[in-house]
Ligand binder design. Structure first.
Ligand SMILES: Nc1ncnc2c1ncn2[C@@H]1O[C@H](COP(=O)(O)OP(=O)(O)OP(=O)(O)O)[C@@H](O)[C@H]1O
Ligand SMILES: [Mg+2]
Length: 347
């Protein structure tokens, strides 16, 4: 499945632009602030129904306009399908509509058969360098794309957790508190089990694909389970601090790298290039995982070449040859360096 054309109307800085993409590599070149990342985000948006930088949906709409629409034409064998998303912003609310071949569809239906995107950005280094919450975010987003039920259960879990915390804040009477917590505990135990199982399965998948270059990566799932036994253990403490203390909202994931002799924790001991390699390990496995569903993903590379050392550059260039790719760059040098056949969009 190849994205052939993309039409943007009032998307971010673009008023009205149409782009033709290569089935191989498209390089989006231009000086700073010309809209390179906006264009990449438009591709991501067409595939996912959201961008990768906004806090609020309306940020995707061009300033001083009332809505945006982005349309992608996809080629599947000899057939063409049009996927379009439209956002209107009125009275402080956004309304989003999905269309497949100009007929409006539910979001699940829209994304079901669509090719997946794997995004590479320089700030993904924070998955390694940052707090556990950034790693949880990474896996939550990925698993939500892979599995609609994961997304639903995560939303349910987070909503129920807020309700449980409200109950803890409200009561000082032990018996009344226990009684009201009962419902939320049972509900959260059930929903959390699904989240933990899916996280565990994906971690097992990563650990069955350890090799990258001359290195071997592995990942440990540091679980924080939500079980009745653990709830009983922390009940007194929770009653005092009036907040839920356990559960997968506190899970962590720890990555290690080994060169065959020494194994070390990447978050604490890796060099900058080893940190980047660890991100690639996660990302390359994302690519392989999507590919197992039978459809090759589209790679979106946002300004990642300038900071890479030669080894990492070679890994990325190796990938680019095998997948439809859109890559942004400010550097002319890069255009010469990439020998792969390419279409260039100058912004
Ligand atoms: N909703 C919006 N409406 C209008 N302009 C916007 C909107 N959102 C972002 N912009 C502007 O679009 C411009 C281009 O942003 P973009 O991030 O795509 O630049 P870029 O070419 O990737 O730059 P860099 O090389 O610095 O990464 C910026 O000046 C930004 O402020
Ligand atoms: Mg940019």
């Amino acid at each position: 499945m190849i994205l052939k054309n993309l039409s943007l109307r009032n998307f971010r800085s673009f008023e009205s632009r149409d782009f033709i993409l290569s089935p191989g590599l498209t390089v989006v070149a231009g000086h700073n602030s010309r809209g390179k990342t906006n264009l990449l985000e438009a591709v991501f948006f067409t595939l996912n129904g959201h961008g990768f930088r906004e806090d609020r949906e309306e940020e995707l709409i061009k300033f001083d306009t009332e809505g945006t629409s982005v349309r992608g034409v996809f080629g599947i064998n000899a057939k063409e399908d049009t996927f379009e998303i439209d956002i209107r912003y009125k009275n402080g609310r956004t309304v989003k509509t999905y269309f497949v071949n100009r007929t409006s569809k539910r979001r699940d239906f829209y994304t079901k058969d669509l090719v997946k995107a794997v995004l590479f950005t320089p700030d993904q280094i924070n998955i390694i360098k940052g707090s556990p919450s950034l790693r949880r975010d990474y896996f939550n987003k990925l698993l939500s794309v892979l599995d609609i039920d994961y997304k639903k259960k995560l939303t349910n879990y987070e909503m129920a957790l807020r309700r449980r915390n409200k109950v803890l804040e409200k009561h000082s009477n032990i018996e009344a508190l226990k009684e009201e917590l009962k419902f939320w505990n049972e509900y959260l135990i059930k929903e959390s089990r699904y989240l933990v199982d899916k996280r565990r399965e994906y971690i097992e998948y990563l650990n069955s694909n350890k090799k990258l270059d001359s290195k071997e990566f592995s990942i440990e799932y540091v679980k924080n389970e939500f079980t009745q036994k653990r709830l009983d253990e922390v009940f007194e403490k929770e009653r005092i601090i009036r907040k839920t203390m356990i559960g997968p909202q506190k899970d962590d994931f720890q990555i290690s790298v080994s060169n065959g002799v020494l194994k070390k924790n990447v978050h604490h001991y890796a060099s900058r290039s080893e940190e980047r390699l660890a991100v690639f390990w996660l990302k390359l496995n994302e690519v392989k995982f999507f590919e197992r569903t039978g459809v090759k993903p589209i790679l979106l590379l946002d300004d990642i070449f300038s900071e890479l050392d030669l080894d990492n550059k070679m890994i990325v260039l190796g990938l680019v040859e095998n997948y439809q790719t859109v890559a942004t760059t400010t550097e002319d040098i890069l255009l010469k360096e990439i020998k792969v056949e390419k279409t260039i969009i100058n912004l």
